[in-house]
Structures are given as C-alpha cells and as structure tokens.
Design a protein around this ligand. Structure first.
Ligand SMILES: [Zn+2]
Length: 192
C-alpha cells in the first residue's frame, strides 16, 4: 500500500508507533521510505490492508495520510492527488450555528464536509467548532466566511490545522504551483 505523508520530517519509529496505535492491526507490517513524503507499507496480513483502505481518513500531526493500494508499474510522480481532507476551525462560532446541519452548510462554502470532531458533535467545547472537509487542489482557503441569515451577514473567522500547498495549473496536491514543470514550460514557450 502506498502512502503519502504530509510531514516534512518523519521519525520512522514515532511514525510506526502512532500507526500501530491507530490501526490496531492483526499482523505485522514494514515501512519503506520512498521519496518526497511517500512511503510503501507491506502487510503480512491482507485483511489489515483492506481494513485500513476501507477506513476513514487518517491524520498525523494534523495532516492527512493519503493511502493508495500499490499496483505493479505504479508511477508515484503520476499519482494525481486532486483532493485532500483537512481540518478547519470556526473560532467563537455563534451558538445559533452550532449544529451539524448549519456547520455542514457553512463548511460546504469551502469544500465537501466529511465529519466533525467529537467535542463539536457533543458541543462540549464551545471555543471553536472543528470540521473535517475535503478540499480540491488549486482553491484558495479563505480566512473568513460570510454567513447570510435573515438577520443579516455574519463574518465568521476560519482557521486551518494545516494549509496544503497545491498547483493551480495541474489542479493537484502533488506539488506547489511554484515548482510546477508544466507552468514553467508554458512560461518558457511565451518567452521564446
Ligand atoms: Zn503543476
């Protein structure tokens, strides 16, 4: 199974322990460090691999683990990561917006809402609401959302646990616009 880890520095041992705790596997697994944040996982129990791939999104230090089943001939460079899940926070959210229905509507202004954390669902921690959404590559993540109600417009602040960089040209999270070869090639053609 292939895995894209959005973490600059990966301590192999800490990473492994975190995954063992999260995945609760039946068998053993090996991690092979590839490059550019990619890792290959080899399981000695196929059921473990299937269970993980069918599971919900996994996060490591607030960043998503993007998982793909490995196939012969798979080219890492060509994997098109067009969407990623991220956590967004709504600090000091008005209590009247504190429901799954409202939060889902607000979050959908930026991406596709996936789920909320336990404290938000139970409204047990009212400093901020935390919602996991799936965002598309190339979009700008705003710091504020305008919520319109019959009473007027509320400017709601938005924060992100992590802002992934993506390429607007390729609509992909595989690389940033600043290091896009396609964009550079286009610019070179214009100069000629
Ligand atoms: Zn690109």
């Amino acid at each position: 199974m292939l895995h894209k880890l959005y973490h600059r520095c990966c301590d192999g041992l800490g990473h492994r322990e975190h995954l063992v705790r999260t995945w609760k596997l039946k068998g053993e697994f090996q991690i092979y460090n590839l490059h550019r944040g990619f890792f290959l996982f080899k399981f000695n129990n196929n059921e473990d691999c299937d269970t993980i791939l069918e599971g919900s999104n996994y996060f490591f230090v607030g960043r998503p683990l993007i998982l793909r089943r490995w196939e012969p001939g798979m080219a890492i460079e060509k994997l098109n990561l067009s969407t990623v899940p991220i956590w967004m926070r709504f600090p000091e959210l008005n209590l009247s917006f504190w429901s799954a229905h409202c939060l889902s509507k607000i979050a959908s202004k930026i991406g596709h809402p996936l789920y909320m954390d336990v404290q938000t669902t139970e409204a047990s921690w009212l400093s901020y609401a935390l919602v996991c959404i799936e965002v598309e590559a190339g979009i700008d993540l705003p710091n504020q959302i305008d919520i319109r109600t019959y009473l007027g417009v509320t400017h709601q602040k938005v924060e992100y646990e992590w802002r992934p960089s993506s390429c607007k040209e390729c609509k992909s999270f595989s690389h940033a616009s600043s290091s896009c070869l396609k964009k550079q090639a286009k610019e070179n053609v214009k100069k000629e």
